[in-house]
Design a protein around this ligand. Structure first.
Ligand code: T3D
Length: 267
């Protein structure tokens, strides 16, 4: 089948959320430029849809994402690779787009996540991994450094020692190890992975979406702030949260001892 933007990322629409399926299974969903563009378009459309209040990203076939498609990296001897360009044109904008999503992102890691594919997985707000999945910092095998935010994520997720071990040795770690190290939310039996991802997405889609986006922003800001700066962020963002209809609804639902009916809207 020829690859088009429609086939490279399959978009499933569900009530309140979408599933984006990376769809180059013969290449374990490795990134080429068209896949980058298709994923960014799908993320952009989801972000612009007020009825989309959660996202799942997963992979077609037996892999989640094998990072950069290396068949597009077989450079002729007289060509000097310019990987700065590809990071600035493709990977960095993707990471920034994910960070700025107005809804939570669930990564359902159905199989191997390697290189930038592992970075993509770890950018999820909730990372679920099939018990058979593994994570591979493949970069060192190519003489490269972890990218797509990998050098930022790894020490924060796993700590200095484990980050260095994973990055320098480029040995895969399995899903249970990733869970034990606190790098992912939960390991799920393979057969149950997508059902659990859908359950979480449906739950998140019924929650105060704008407030959840503010939580993401606050937690992201905490990665670089000292306590005083973070207290200022909390004052500002809590002020915003307090002006949402969902805050009033949450309080009313509590006082009236009934389930809340959140709109997810800012106003
Ligand atoms: O270049 C830049 O723009 C800079 C940015 C870099 C970002 C990066 O992500 S660099 C890291 C790139 N990724 C890798 O180095 C991973 C390469 N793949 C692997 O190491 C292994 O395939 C896996 C460990 C991921 C899985 O191993 P296994 O044994 O389960 O599967 P396999 O047989 O190796 O792969 C299945 C097929 O997918 C195979 O094709 P074939 O032989 O059946 O026709 C394999 O070539 C293909 N494939 C897997 N990964 C890639 C790939 N083809 C192209 N690019 C890949 N990354």
């Amino acid at each position: 089948m020829s690859e088009t933007s429609e086939t490279l990322v399959l978009v499933e629409r569900h009530a309140g959320y979408r599933v984006l399926v990376l769809n180059r299974p013969d290449r374990l969903n490795a990134f080429n430029e068209p896949l980058h563009l298709a994923l960014r378009a799908a993320l952009g459309e989801a972000a612009a849809d007020p009825d989309c209040r959660a996202l799942i990203v997963t992979g077609a076939g037996r892999g989640f994402c094998a990072g950069q498609d290396l068949s597009a990296r077989n450079f002729a001897p007289d060509v000097e690779p310019d990987l700065t360009r590809t990071l600035e044109a493709f990977y960095n904008p993707l990471v920034r787009q994910i960070r700025d999503l107005p809804m939570p992102l669930i990564c359902a890691v159905n199989g191997v996540a390697a290189g930038a594919g592992a970075s993509l997985a770890f950018h999820g707000d909730l990372v679920l991994a099939a018990r058979s999945a593994k994570f591979l910092q493949a970069f060192a095998k190519l003489g490269l450094i972890p990218d797509a935010g990998g050098t930022w994520l790894l020490p924060r997720l796993a700590g200095r020692a484990r980050a260095r071990g994973m990055a320098l040795l480029a040995e895969p770690i399995n899903a249970e190890q990733a869970e034990a190290w606190g790098m992912i939310w939960r390991v799920i039996d393979d057969a149950d992975l997508m059902a659990e991802a859908h359950r979480l997405a449906a739950h998140l889609a019924s929650q105060p979406t704008y407030g959840l986006a503010l939580i993401r922003r606050a937690l992201d800001a905490s990665e670089t702030n000292d306590l005083d700066a973070q207290l200022a962020v909390e004052s500002e963002l809590q002020g915003e949260a307090g002006r949402t209809p969902d805050y009033r609804e949450g309080v009313a639902a509590f006082l009236e001892k009934r389930p809340a009916r959140f709109t997810g809207r800012r106003r």
